[in-house]
Design a protein around this ligand. Structure first.
Ligand SMILES: Nc1nc2c(ncn2[C@@H]2O[C@H](COP(=O)(O)OP(=O)(O)OP(=O)(O)O)[C@@H](O)[C@H]2O)c(=O)[nH]1
Ligand SMILES: [Mg+2]
Length: 700
């Protein structure tokens, strides 16, 4: 791209909750700009944006997709992000690539939690936004009444730049409130003509315009004065104020459309060009000087030293690893040496590509402000800053997301088991929200992620891309153990086997601590009952015994252990003997101190249509859930509740069936509570059985 073109470049994200119509909008834009020969559809699997096989199969976006287009001499990069909770990390990380976005609202559903999370993150990332009210051909009475509570929940000042013409099946187009012309579409052809405002809509349109002018004037003192003096504001003046107000996020222009029927797309693209920022408008971005921690600011200036930020990594079946980055300053080309200040490594830039859906277009160089993919980096990962070693800068890394659910993966065969770690490792390069470890006892692979749907998709990818087939087993609940009472006991090891014996003797007291305090070790040995050099071994023995639990093998927490007496033998005592004695003493004390199991409790926010609320709450009660409160958002009820994790391990499909697919939920860990006795007995029994099975397996 030539430097002169940067002013026209628009990198814009498409953001919004799951299923709001983002990808369909992206497809309509690509088609309207003549980039694609026909309108791609999510439902038919013909979308160039939802191109991954798992996206095509499930009709949802899983990973952010990129495509360039040109609209009236404006080169644009469209960034279509996922909207469902399990995949939001990718959308949030992608916000580092763009300064402007189209935020899609779905008036027939209202606002769900995902929209609010995205909105907050877009605020933090200083993303300017247009609001696009989509699916206007859908059930749509009183659209303004539906939008008002959404704007309130988002806490933003929306300004209508258009008035819709017709509704539902009769939705035909929009009145442009700046030019006061009607744009009327011919059926679903995507063709439209400018016309006079139909006479029956004239007075409503005048009212809408008046409101728009007032809203826009309020963003600028000079304009406001003129407006209050009763003077006419010119279209140019209004446009300039809208552009500035949008850029500064004082206002959020509202537009309408129905992308599936190709209505409203051209006007939205005009607004992207007119009101969303170019990289130069986005202002300087802050980073630090890795040498001294000083703040440095870099604007998207192609003549500055080069720096780039990698916000996403993709493993492409043909091109291999692609590091998707935003050039923050200067320019880049293949063979440039990239310095990674966070790890002090250097790597040469590989071939550069512009991403076009699943395809890539090779380019020779890229300037500040452009989004570009570099092939085959070895060391460089998502979240890295790349820069000129002579002018180093370090930008903030990627946002961290803690996985909230774990499943056990059982390889189907030995061959699958061999392929699994390598495949997972590659998937983890693309997706930093998953974690994996091996269960010592069962030898299962434990995969943690952002939700059940997320884990299921990873299992599909493992099979398709890396040939590793696994069975998904019920997730494991990370129970913990603690004690409710205090007790003291002795732990004594005395062994005489031929030569040197083993001797250790400890007296320990255990007491409960406040929840969350973990572990405290108190040494009260006086008068040399146990020589000082054995005390660390005693503490180690206690810690190891705590990690192994007492009731069912789960980590014991919130216990104070006091070592208050003991004895030793001049020849036979050793670290190992004291370690074993301490562990015995700890178990003997715990046995008398009312040990209990603790279970993790989740905070859940469930959004459901009004009519499903009773069923969803009834179901929550049967899962030992507690409803904490309720919020109404349009026709959606948001239920805030606390539910034990063990009861909602497979909540997604159940909620889907109770609400016919219209419910959504988000959950995160809250705290631990005591597991009721009858359930604890079951967990203890299962733990014993699985230990016995593992033991027999070892012997066999
Ligand atoms: N009636 C109607 N349906 C639409 C329109 N746009 C999209 N849809 C439908 O809404 C559903 C979701 O559309 P998508 O474009 O996949 O939505 P999305 O926001 O990209 O979804 P995720 O990326 O998975 O969050 C699909 O069934 C679309 O066919 C529209 O303008 N009118
Ligand atoms: Mg999508």
């Amino acid at each position: 791209m030539a430097a002169a073109e940067l002013e026209k470049l628009r990198n814009f994200g498409i953001l919004g909750q799951g299923g709001s119509g983002k990808t369909s909008l992206g497809e309509a834009m690509l088609f309207a700009a003549g980039t694609t020969p026909r309108l791609g559809k999510v439902q038919d699997g013909t979308s160039v944006l939802d191109h991954e096989p798992e996206e095509i199969k499930h009709h949802v976006s899983i990973s952010t997709a990129f495509h360039s287009l040109a609209w009236k001499k404006f080169p644009m990069t469209l960034i279509d992000t996922p909207g469902y909770a399990a995949f939001l990390a990718d959308s949030i990380n992608s916000m580092r690539g763009f300064g402007g976005a189209v935020f899609v609202l779905n008036p027939s559903v209202g606002l769900r939690v995902e929209s609010e999370r995205l909105w907050e993150r877009a605020n933090e990332n200083r993303v300017s936004r247009l609001l696009f009210v989509s699916k206007m051909d859908h059930e749509q009475a009183d659209v303004e009444e539906r939008i008002a509570p959404m704007l309130e929940a988002l806490g933003c000042k929306g300004v209508y730049l258009q008035m819709p013409i017709g509704a539902e099946a009769n939705f035909k187009g929009v009145v442009d409130l700046l030019t006061m012309k009607a744009c009327i579409y011919e059926g679903d052809t995507g063709k439209f003509a400018e016309a006079e405002i139909p006479s029956d809509l004239r007075s409503a349109a005048d009212e809408w315009r008046q409101k728009m002018v007032e809203d826009v004037a309020e963003t600028d003192d000079e304009l406001l004065e003129k407006f209050l003096d009763g003077k006419e504001l010119s279209t140019e003046e209004l446009k300039k104020a809208i552009r500035e107000g949008t850029r500064e996020r004082k206002i959020f222009p509202i537009l309408f459309g129905a992308p599936l029927r190709q209505i409203g797309t051209a006007q939205l693209l005009d607004s992207v060009a007119d009101y969303l920022p170019c990289p130069l408008d986005e202002g300087a971005v802050e980073g630090t000087n890795p040498a001294n921690g000083e703040i440095i600011r870099r604007a998207a200036d192609p003549s500055a030293p080069f720096s780039a930020y990698v916000f996403k990594t993709v493993i492409d079946p043909f091109a291999g690893k692609l590091s998707i980055m935003r050039v923050m300053s200067g320019k880049i080309a293949p063979d440039v040496t990239c310095y990674v200040p966070s790890r002090q490594v250097k790597e040469k830039m590989g071939h550069l590509f512009r991403l076009e859906g699943k395809k890539q277009e090779a380019v020779k160089e890229a300037l500040a402000g452009e989004i570009i993919a570099a092939a085959k980096f070895k060391e460089i990962a998502t979240g890295d800053t790349l820069c000129d070693e002579k002018a180093p800068i370090l930008y903030d890394g990627a946002a961290h997301f803690a996985p909230n659910i774990s499943f056990a993966l059982e390889p189907k065969s030995k061959a699958d088991e061999d392929k699994l770690p390598q495949g997972l490792h590659r998937i983890m390069e693309e997706d930093q929200t998953i974690a994996m470890h091996r269960d010592e006892e069962t030898r299962d692979f434990i995969l943690s992620g952002m939700g059940q749907q997320h884990i299921e998709i990873i299992v599909e990818k493992l099979k398709r891309k890396y040939g590793a087939e696994v069975i998904l087993k019920a997730p494991k609940v990370p129970y913990k153990e603690t004690i409710r009472g205090s007790a003291s006991a002795q732990g004594r090891l005395k062994k005489q086997t031929g030569g040197r014996g083993q001797f250790g003797d400890t007296w320990l007291k255990v007491e409960p601590l406040q929840p969350g305090k973990g572990f405290e070790f108190v040494d009260q040995i006086v008068g040399g009952a146990i020589p000082r050099n054995y005390i660390p071994a005693v503490e180690k023995g206690v810690r190891e015994a705590m990690a192994g639990g007492y009731l069912a093998g789960y980590q014991m927490v919130d216990v104070r252990v006091t070592l208050y007496d003991g004895s030793y033998h001049d020849v036979d005592s050793s670290d190992i003997a004291f370690k074993i004695a301490a562990s015995m003493g700890f178990k003997n004390a715990v046995e008398k101190a009312k040990p209990v199991l603790l279970e993790p409790i989740m905070n859940m926010e469930i959004s459901v249509p009004d009519e499903c609320m009773g069923d969803v709450i009834g179901d929550l009660n049967s899962r030992r859930g507690k409803v904490l409160g309720m919020d109404t958002k349009g026709h959606t009820q948001v239920i805030k509740s606390r539910v034990p994790m063990s009861e909602v391990l497979k909540y997604a499909p159940d909620l889907r069936s109770i609400t016919s697919g219209r419910g959504e939920f988000h959950m995160e860990f809250s705290h631990y509570e005591e597991l009721p006795t009858h359930l604890a007995e079951k967990v203890i029994k299962e733990a014993k059985a699985s230990k016995a099975a593992a033991h027999n397996g070892e012997k066999a």
